[in-house]
Design a binder for this molecule. Sequence first.
Ligand code: PLP
Length: 391
Amino acid sequence: MKISQRVQDLAESGTIAVSNKVAAMRAQGIDVVSLGAGEPDFDTPDHIKAAAAEALGGGETKYAKPASGVPELKQAVVAKLQRENGLSYTTDQVVASVGGKEALYLAFATLLDPGDEVIIPAPYWVSYPEQVKLAGGVPVFVDAGADAGFRITPDQLRDALTPRTRVLVFNSPSNPTGAAYSPEETDALAAVLADTDVVTFSDEMYDRLLFGGRTFKSFAATSDHAYDHTITFNAGSKTYSMTGWRIGYAAGPVDVIKGMAKLQSQTTSGAATFTMHALAAALDGDQSCVEVMRAEFERRGKFLSDRLNALDGVVCPEPGGAFYAFPDVSGTFEAKGVSGSTEWAGRLLEDAHVGVVPGSDFGADSCVRLSFATSMAVLETALDRIEGFLA
Ligand code: PLP
């Protein structure tokens, strides 16, 4: 059957390709350690599961009313954004979604017309360019390598602006790099857009997973102008270890949120009702579970970057947040006889039985992504094997 050009043009997810290869090797009895996962290794906290069970027991088994989110969740999101991010939204400025991913896609589709440009700092999360293209937009990449701590500068942003620029994607802390912008750096980037109509998509999935005493500043909190021109995205996925629940949300200007809800009503009819109640309980409930996970991620991130930086030809900025390290391994390409990150990751998997994701998937072919959403024991084994691979 003929597959549409739109879908033919869509890139396959390399993260999934690595998982498949790891699974196939394991099925052959090979002891593979995988650092490919993009999800916390912790279980969802019990009080969140209990809230879902209670919702199911109470008959919350029908379409959510409205599909864009039950009032309890919208109120919990409004309270979270006020309490933690200093942002004042009303419930009609919030839409709940099938994970953070659906909210991002709905927003691109709501705002972009054919040819509109979207500035995406690289390295970037894999789905941004594909979602932009699906929505008819044109991704414009701005590169920031390991030497820049994977953070773009205000001058770079200014230089990338054109009359067709419609959206800036801003993701801090970042998947895949673990880089986190300071509040001052966030202010400085927002200032570049102060006299433009560019809309910023602030992907704040990892806002609670910050290390080294860093503080978080939402892009929308930088100025009144930024507040009016920002859509803030978040989800239960990373903060509360709820990746499989598929529940996220966005907050922003009423007209954009309305457009997103209209599109959602004709596509998915939104997230599952009982997961909305679970996320409301997560946001309203005791937050100590987040600190337990955050502290453990910080310990692992430091361990990983210290061990990686001790290797010849490897440069790894210490992760500022999230649960990814993104070492530049190009200094080892020649010795290993490889031409890029895909070959490097393939060789590491074949020879040392360690799964990592090639940086080429994220727009950075000199790097690979290592997730530390896995136990210390697994990380130690993986690092021992990588050391052996590069010896
Ligand atoms: N944005 C970033 C930066 C992510 O890393 C992810 C998940 O990997 C998402 C969005 C999507 O999250 P969700 O699983 O809630 O759809």
